[in-house]
Design a binder for this molecule. Structure first.
Ligand code: HEM
Length: 217
């Protein structure tokens, strides 16, 4: 059998971490329609802080040979997240939200990758490939549950400017396969992707407090 490509190796090495992220109680309750729009908004708020950090590093590393191929302005999420937060909480959204402890840890970790392009790729992959994959399923469920349409509510999960998502994801995997780094750096990127999954899962675990606070229908 031929050696797996880097994109395959990365996916294989992190798929069990994916399963625990996916199985988080908060996401399960959200997908079951058991949370209020405000409790959904708490996740949107945490995304807001993480993507301001991630997209900030993207801008800083746009010219870098390792990170640059992953910088796509059409993926930037801040504007979509602001529309979603306005829809959920109204114009006073900014004073309603704050980063949780796990989000602060994730943001600090993302910000550090401004001096480590390989680490940036790990965080970018973990978030955006997820948003472009399972995120599309999450969006469809949220549309059904809360009745959101275009222009606010679930715009975070809309990537209209990207075009065909399967084509984009294939191209993304080719870019992972073409990373100009040696085997040791590839191993470090896989390790950082595990860390990224862990930190993102901790953000969701912390949001689990909202599940307990919500009445079960
Ligand atoms: C209800 C929750 C979720 C569902 C149903 C889900 C589902 C999926 C599915 C079906 C794929 C495969 C798509 C494909 O092969 O093209 C996928 C890929 C992915 N997901 Fe999720 N996911 C969820 C949550 C998450 C979370 C919380 C994260 C990370 C924070 C995440 C990160 C990823 C990544 C990075 C990939 C790309 C894997 C690869 O092909 O290399 N997902 N997800």
């Amino acid at each position: 059998m031929s050696e797996p490509s880097f994109s395959e190796a990365l996916r294989n090495a992190t798929w069990s971490a994916h399963e625990s992220a996916e199985g988080e109680g908060y996401l399960k309750a959200l997908m079951a329609g058991r949370l209020s729009a405000e409790a959904y908004g708490e996740m949107v708020a945490q995304h807001y802080f993480a993507y301001v950090a991630l997209d900030g590093v993207s801008r800083a590393l746009a010219g870098d040979p390792v990170a640059g191929p992953f910088v796509f302005p059409e993926l930037y999420r801040e504007e979509a997240l602001v529309r979603d937060l306005e829809t959920i909480y109204g114009s006073g959204w900014r004073s309603r939200i704050e980063p949780s402890g796990p989000t602060e840890e994730l943001v600090a970790r993302i910000e550090r990758t401004v001096s480590w392009p390989g680490g940036y790729v790990a965080h970018h992959y973990t978030r955006y490939m997820g948003d472009l994959s399972g995120g599309q399923f999450i969006r469809m469920e949220l549309e059904k549950i809360y009745g959101y349409r275009k222009d606010g509510g679930v715009d975070f999960y809309r990537f209209d400017a990207v075009g065909s998502l399967p084509r984009f994801k294939n191209d993304y995997r080719s870019r992972l396969d073409a990373l100009p780094v040696d085997e040791a750096e590839k191993a470090r990127i896989i390790e950082e992707t595990r860390v990224a999954y862990r930190l993102n899962t901790e953000v969701l675990t912390d949001l689990g407090r909202l599940v307990r606070a919500e009445p079960v229908a």
